[in-house]
Design a binder for this molecule. Structure first.
Ligand code: FAD
Length: 431
């Protein structure tokens, strides 16, 4: 599986599916053309997967080409340790080949966790890998787990018209994000007929001839044509024979590493999802680069601590730096500057009236402590904030900067002006 979960079953297929959903449903155009606007009336799975297959195929080809250009030999098969310097690769026919190396990097990723209480059949009761194999768009769906993957798929199916119920054990979802942004997302998803069951634990998921029944510990029974179980992932280490290399994984299959991504056996590195949080393609790629540099004795600085988070829900969310809750808990004072898309000409042009950008600003040195974006282009826009924060910029830079007009990027200037005005109000009272 060249490209791993990222290209084949996770990031790329899900983001392509989202793009197809937005295009075919016409959802983002409805503020302009009315709530009945659709590009296609009956959207089939084929409509969605045509685009996904095309993109995945192209991406695999790009990676194959890059590996070849960089003289990387690919051995196809399942690898396991024989000793700390030897990996045996067993191919599909059972042929074994041994390779030795001075340095080894483990990047085996994760697979969806499958608890015994859930009767997975890969048709009616599926995990996130099963989404791509579905034979029809379900009329109803239960999503177990309101983590990033669960809530991204919940919003895609809700946009397609599926009646979605999200069951989550905790009282909140996406609790690492800005509270106001998550509230806005919940409002939008409820508007798309999503039902949330927070603080509820799934006792069992049963398959029946006419669909699936999700049984909650509280006694509730939720019928649906499909259940997507998305409650955690397991590190792919069970077949690696880690003990032969003097290594071990934790109960979730994860390997522990130091700041240079070295395991407890210093010439063996581990990167990506197999080492746990944040388990993103973006960070996994960078971890791989840093580990390879270190392994080859190239000068290397540690991972940049300023990492953006992108959540491709509908609407999308992105942020960098601290949240209001984190700053408050750490007793760090901050001021908030907000810009709403509906006040921007570009927001009106594209028909996004709900989007917003929020800057969290230090009243002491006017630096940015956090940037939170909700709405169209959030995952792209965040990088302006990342660049300003990374270079130690202040809101004064954003106030003075000239942005293309009409753009959503202009929201940085508007939010910075808002923050400056609020800081000025405080100064007027105290000066
Ligand atoms: C539905 C979904 C959506 C996601 N969306 C995003 C997103 O929008 N943005 C983002 O940044 N991240 C996203 N992610 C996370 C992202 O896909 C992962 O962080 C990334 O793929 C991790 O890369 P990796 O190289 O560590 O592991 P993987 O991509 O899991 O690759 C590991 C590879 O190793 C292979 N392998 C495992 N064991 C062996 C063995 N013993 N021998 C040989 N090969 C083996 C596997 O088959 C696989 O090909 C998403 C994930 C999912 C599931």
């Amino acid at each position: 599986m060249i490209g791993g979960v990222c290209i084949n079953t996770g990031t790329i297929p899900s983001k392509t599916l989202r793009e197809a959903v937005l295009y075919l449903t016409g959802l983002t155009q409805r503020d302009m053309y009315g709530q009945s606007y659709r590009l296609k009336e009956d959207i089939t799975v084929t409509d969605l997967t045509v685009r996904t297959r095309h993109v995945v195929g192209r991406e695999v080809d790009v990676i194959r080409n890059q590996l070849a250009r960089n003289r990387v030999t690919v051995l196809t098969g399942s690898g396991h340790f024989v000793d700390p310097h030897t990996v045996a690769v067993v191919d599909e026919r059972g042929n074994e080949m041994k390779v030795t190396a001075d340095k080894i990097i483990v990047a085996t990723g994760t697979r969806p966790a499958r608890p015994a209480s859930v009767q997975f059949d890969d048709q009616t009761i599926i995990d996130s890998d099963g989404i791509l194999q579905m034979d029809r768009v379900p009329d109803s769906m239960v999503v177990v787990g309101a983590g990033v993957i669960g809530i991204e798929y919940a919003s895609m199916f809700a946009a397609l018209g599926t009646k979605v119920t999200v069951v989550e054990r905790r009282e909140r979802m996406l609790d690492f994000c800005d509270l106001e942004v998550v509230e806005a997302l919940k409002y939008h998803l409820r508007d798309l007929a999503v039902t949330f069951r927070f603080g509820e634990t799934v006792a069992a998921v049963e398959k029946h001839p006419r669909g699936a029944l999700t049984i909650l510990e509280s006694g509730k029974k939720i019928p649906a044509s499909t259940v997507m179980y998305s409650a955690g992932r397991q590190g792919m280490t069970e077949n690696l024979v880690l003990s032969a290399a003097g290594l071990a994984a934790d109960d979730r299959g994860r390997i522990t590493v130091d700041e240079f991504y070295r395991t407890s056996v210093p010439h063996i590195y581990a990167v990506g999802d197999v080492i746990g949080f944040p388990s993103l393609a973006a960070t996994s790629m960078e971890q791989g680069r840093l580990a390879a540099y270190h392994a080859c004795d190239e000068p290397v600085s540690g991972m940049n601590q300023l990492q953006p988070i992108g959540i491709y829900t509908i609407p999308e969310i992105s942020f960098i730096g601290k949240t209001e809750d984190e700053l408050t808990d750490s007793l760090i004072p901050f001021e908030v500057g907000v810009s709403r898309y509906r006040e921007l000409a570009r927001g009106q042009i594209i028909g996004d009236t709900y989007g917003m950008l929020k800057l969290l600003v230090s009243p002491e040195d006017r630096s940015l402590l956090g940037v939170h974006v909700f709405g169209t282009g959030a995952t792209e826009l965040i990088h302006i904030g990342q660049a300003v924060m990374g270079c130690g910029g202040t809101i004064d830079y954003l106030v003075d900067a000239v942005f293309n007009y009409p753009t959503l990027a202009e929201s940085y200037k508007v939010a910075a002006l808002d923050a400056v005005n609020k800081l000025r109000r405080v100064a007027r009272i105290t000066d």
